[in-house]
Design a protein around this ligand. Structure first.
Ligand code: NAD
Length: 486
């Protein structure tokens, strides 16, 4: 059994129960972790609070060197992290290799960015007065992470939080805590004790972190419903919250696109990580004039993909993370069929162990169906036709979510319309689901307004203080009492 990581030590804490972690491709047990209690959370928060006092004073260059060392250590252990990630989360090896590379690069990026943008001097309104703005850390940041990119989404929070001078308590997903604990063993041992802490557990553990009075900021990635629960606890406590919630990303294909190429790019955007990406393409809109050619190409391509264990190099698509998530896909497909949709390929649970679901193509869909309005988070490609580009834009915006949106065209006028009129945090033109460390990532509307990566991703973890300083400490004519001037 693995243990929490608190104050630089692995400890079982005070947990009386454990959580079993399975390989989703086989349903076999990988290991167990403690179900963290409120007392475990408090132990971690107190360690982080003590460490904060010195961590916030470390010079930016020393902190940068310590964060580069995190990156170097992850690089040195890349292969073992990739393998464990594949066993624990299920996606194919190339996708996990990419995740680990992104993880260590994020530490390098924020190691350097942390040296910049610490505030500014502004012109004073009075002679002899100095006015300046400083950016300071919040203190102990609670980082609550989902299972679909356990290391990457951890790094997008922890690297900027530490670079900004905060200390952290991480609550990984109950389904993927093992790589997070492995990261502690590999990459955080050289940091002062208490700077990074991990408490494993489920929603009750996460809630104890949110409720803790010594945690002034919660950075959360996960579902809308959990985000709403966290918001209802954090708002009366006036905590800073950073939300990266669900999505229902649209992909609009235009009539100038090559149907074969468009089919391949749409399938990639919809099926990477078995459709379990917050920015997965969950709705496809295609012009009526090319619907048949495009749909045939998508079906042919999807049928050519191999389902399997992520460790098998022949695997294109792995399992889903668990039965609860797969049941939601089953429910969405069933609802769509009951309302008139047709399955062109897939639509079944294959007869094999693990939480697999066939990659599925649906047509004759519309916005009365769950599969076009609620987050499905599985390997389903629902294709709907549109008459003209105005309708495509209207359909794209017809969602409570605003995470990302994709367009495939070479028509610059359409590109401009799309990025101006679509309400989403990232717009991808002909290049879906790519990221750039220097470019902010996050959503609008019910996805929450948090931003990760880029300067914005660092700014989220700093608060602003304005200092007025009369260097000569002179008395001012506007001070009390007023009656002597009357
Ligand atoms: P989830 O909301 O079920 O869980 C996320 C984390 O919150 C887990 O660590 C969980 O233990 C914890 N948690 C659960 N209940 C809690 C509570 N009451 N208080 C505090 N913490 C609690 O989400 P999930 O199923 O792990 O992840 C999938 C969701 O995450 C999808 O909706 C997906 O779109 C979203 N997501 C969003 C982004 C983004 O950047 N916008 C990225 C990845 C995933």
């Amino acid at each position: 059994m693995k243990a929490h990581y608190i104050n630089g030590q692995f400890t079982f804490g005070r947990a009386t129960a454990t959580i079993r972690v399975d390989d989703p491709a086989t349903c076999e047990i990988l290991d167990e972790v403690p179900l963290g209690t409120a007392q475990d959370v408090d132990d971690a928060v107190q360690a982080a609070k003590r460490a904060f006092e010195s961590w916030k004073r470390i010079s930016a260059s020393e902190r940068a060197e310590l964060l580069h060392e995190v990156s170097r250590r992850i690089r040195a252990h890349k292969e073992e992290l990739v393998e464990l990630l594949t066993r624990e989360e299920g996606k194919p090896l190339p996708e996990n290799e990419e995740e680990v590379v992104w993880t260590y690069n994020t530490f390098d990026y924020y190691a350097e960015l942390g040296r910049h943008l610490r505030g500014r001097v502004i012109p004073s309104t009075e002679d002899g007065v100095l006015n300046f703005v400083i950016k300071e850390p919040y203190g102990v940041v609670g980082c609550i992470v989902p299972w679909n990119y356990p290391l990457l989404l951890l790094a997008w929070k922890v690297a900027p939080a530490l670079a900004a001078g905060n200390t952290v308590v991480i609550k990984p997903s109950e389904m993927t805590p093992l790589t997070t604990l492995q990261l502690c063993e590999i990459a955080f041992g050289h940091l002062p004790p208490g700077v990074v802490n991990v408490v494993t557990g489920d929603g009750t553990t996460g809630e104890a972190l949110v409720r803790h009075p010594d945690v002034p900021m919660i950075a959360f990635t996960g579902s809308l419903s959990t985000g709403q629960k966290i918001a209802s606890i954090a708002a009366p406590m006036m905590k800073k919250t950073h939300f990266e919630l669900g999505g229902k990303d649209a992909f609009v294909v235009c009539d100038d696109a090559d149907p074969e190429l468009a089919a391949r790019v749409v399938a990639y955007a919809a099926l990477i990580n078995a459709g379990q990406v917050c920015t997965s393409t969950e709705r496809v809109y295609v012009p009526q004039t090319m619907a048949h050619r495009f749909t045939d190409a998508v079906v042919d391509f999807v049928r050519s993909l191999n389902l399997g264990h992520g460790l098998d190099p022949n695997t294109d698509m792995g399992p889903m993370i668990g039965d609860r998530y797969r049941q939601k896909v089953v429910d969405h497909v069933r609802d769509a069929l009951a309302r008139g949709a047709r399955v062109l390929t897939g639509g079944n649970i294959p007869n094999r162990p693990g939480y697999f679901y066939e990659p599925t193509v649906l047509v004759d869909v519309n916005h009365s169906m769950k599969v076009m309005t609620e987050e499905t988070f599985g390997p389903v490609i629902p294709i709907m036709t549109y008459r003209d580009f105005d309708e495509a834009i209207r359909l794209t915006n017809d969602s409570i979510y605003g995470l990302g949106a994709c367009l495939y065209t070479s028509d610059a006028k359409k590109v401009r319309r799309f990025f101006e009129d679509v309400k989403a945090g990232t717009i991808w033109i002909n290049d879906p689901l790519t990221d750039n460390y220097a470019g902010p990532f996050g959503g609008m509307k019910y996805t929450g307004g948090g931003r990760e990566l880029g300067e914005e991703g660092l700014e989220e973890f700093r608060e602003t203080k304005h200092v007025h300083w009369d260097i000569e400490a002179r008395p001012k004519p506007w001070w009390l009492p007023y009656h002597k001037n009357a």
